[in-house]
Design a binder for this molecule. Structure first.
Ligand code: IPE
Ligand code: IPE
Ligand code: MG
Length: 255
């Protein structure tokens, strides 16, 4: 443990040591709503997809930094169940990004011992997207470092609905009794079943809303919003969010 701590410390820049991030109080699960790619591109007179391409490059930086800090789970909201409403060409481009990202980054993720995981209705994705992401999950399944949880075609209401439907079905079949339905049981039917709830939720681009993201799981998460657009987000913003998180008093309804 001590050895691990000193390893992290030596890999942190002097700025973070000055910022005084307490390595014993790192949020174990960080969830990020990566927003603002379109506006980033618009500000430069570029097509929206240029913003998505630039945004993809940020993921790698944030994953590495989170891993260095000893974050256990990093959940990234990449595509919502509502994002299908976008123009066809944009959706098609977004569906190509996981392949592009993994083609380039999978060797690094392996080297960094990152375990890729998915959350969302993966079966509705185009075949090429599905095969790229399921291959990444398979290849990294024995890695023991950071869990990189991609929310892809994810929507919190649909997740809750599906969990409820499964429970209703079990009750109907007689394999479950209504007396057994509890928060813990419901959680077992959700897409985050084996994950802890996010400790810290970050949203970029200045929007102060959840956009159907982990409504159940963020009940007691600390929120950090920034005006920074996702393609401009970097390691120091992540450090800043963690530093702010560490100043918060989490009370969970207590005193
Ligand atoms: C986030 O950026 C990426 C996805 C939702 C896929 P946006 O594409 O939403 O960017 P803005 O909000 O239009 O700037
Ligand atoms: C949320 O961003 C979804 C992702 C970041 C993947 P949106 O850009 O889709 O959210 P709204 O439409 O502004 O609420
Ligand atoms: Mg947006």
């Amino acid at each position: 443990m001590l050895e691990k701590l000193s390893k992290w410390k030596s890999s942190l820049s002097s700025q973070e040591v000055r910022e005084d991030i307490d390595l014993a109080n790192i949020p174990k699960h960080i969830a990020i709503i990566m927003d603002g790619n379109g506006r980033w591109a618009k500000n430069r007179g570029l097509p929206r997809i240029a913003g998505h391409r630039e945004g993809m490059k940020v993921i790698n930086k944030v994953v590495r930094k989170a891993n260095e800090f000893g974050v256990e789970v990093l959940t990234l909201y990449a595509f919502s169940t509502e994002n299908w409403k976008r123009p066809k060409a944009e959706v098609e481009y977004l569906m190509k990004l996981p392949e592009r990202f993994l083609k380039k980054e999978l060797p690094n993720l392996m080297e960094e011992n990152v375990k890729v995981r998915l959350m969302g209705s993966v079966e509705e994705l185009p075949d090429h997207t599905k095969s790229a992401v399921t291959e990444a999950v398979k290849k990294t399944e024995n890695n023991t470092g950071l869990i990189l949880n991609f929310a892809l075609n994810y929507g919190s209401r649909s997740e809750l609905m599906n969990a409820m439907k499964q429970i209703a079905k079990e009750i109907e079949m007689g394999t479950l009794s209504s007396k057994e339905v509890s928060e813990t049981l419901l959680e077992q039917y959700m897409m985050t079943a084996e994950l802890r709830d996010p400790d810290l939720l970050i949203r970029t681009s200045g929007e102060i809303r959840l956009s159907n993201f982990m409504l159940w799981q963020v009940a007691y998460s600390e929120f950090w919003f920034t005006d920074v657009l996702w393609p401009d987000f970097n390691e120091s913003h992540l450090s800043e969010a963690i530093a702010v998180y560490q100043k918060r008093a989490r009370r969970y309804g207590g005193v």
